[in-house]
Design a protein around this ligand. Sequence first.
Ligand code: IPE
Ligand code: IPE
Ligand code: MG
Length: 237
Amino acid sequence: MTLRQAQDTKAGSTSTARHVAIIMDGNGRWAKARHLPRAVGHQRGVEAVRSLVRAAREMGLEVLTLYAFSTENWSRPEEEVSALMGLLKRYIMADLKEFVENNVRLQVIGNYRAMAPDVVALLDDALAQTAANDGTTLVVALNYGAQDEIARAAAKAAAKGEITPEAISAELDTAGLPPLDLLIRTSGEVRLSNFLLWQAAYAEMVFTDVLWPDFTPDNLREALEVYAGRDRRYGGR
Ligand code: IPE
Ligand code: IPE
Ligand code: MG
């Protein structure tokens, strides 16, 4: 975003966030605390996603972006990676009808086309079925790494002959979405872990100790209240 765009956004802004992104962390620790397998933590994590997506739609949030699988998460044990892929497939299959019926538009950021062919096919079908929806946009970050995203965008911008912040922004996976307003991370970790590095330039951040499976719509409402109380200055005064 240029300075002018930032100022325009500020001038026209209410204290309502349009675009919220969440680093959903802490499934493993949630399970460990209960002497359960990590996969159970991930399963409960999906349930938290389901209720949060419903709540986001009901509260009229424009865009909810969820960090589901990073480019670095491939380094986890194969058993855990395949459990996560299985959960992703089951979630999309189970909830697609609900997205279609409730005007939720699905979008994916990250290099998801490099994932397994059955996952790619399932996602492409879900994207097509919800493409015309204009209610809440649910953006799922899959095989997503911000450095990978920025490198891909820069290469595309260079191929078109112009490497400027605006040209790179226009080639990011998030092109066309409203600017990121609020970034939330659960589980007490205070880092970005390669998520939305470019888009977070002027986003507000909220870090909470709540582990992802315990995160409720009320926790989202609380974060939105914190956001509403923030003074976004964009470097101006
Ligand atoms: C987040 O929970 C889920 C993914 C990264 C896919 P973790 O699995 O990272 O849980 P912790 O951080 O080990 O508790
Ligand atoms: C970030 O969580 C990735 C997702 C939530 C998908 P990680 O658990 O992978 O991050 P680190 O390893 O703690 O930085
Ligand atoms: Mg983690």
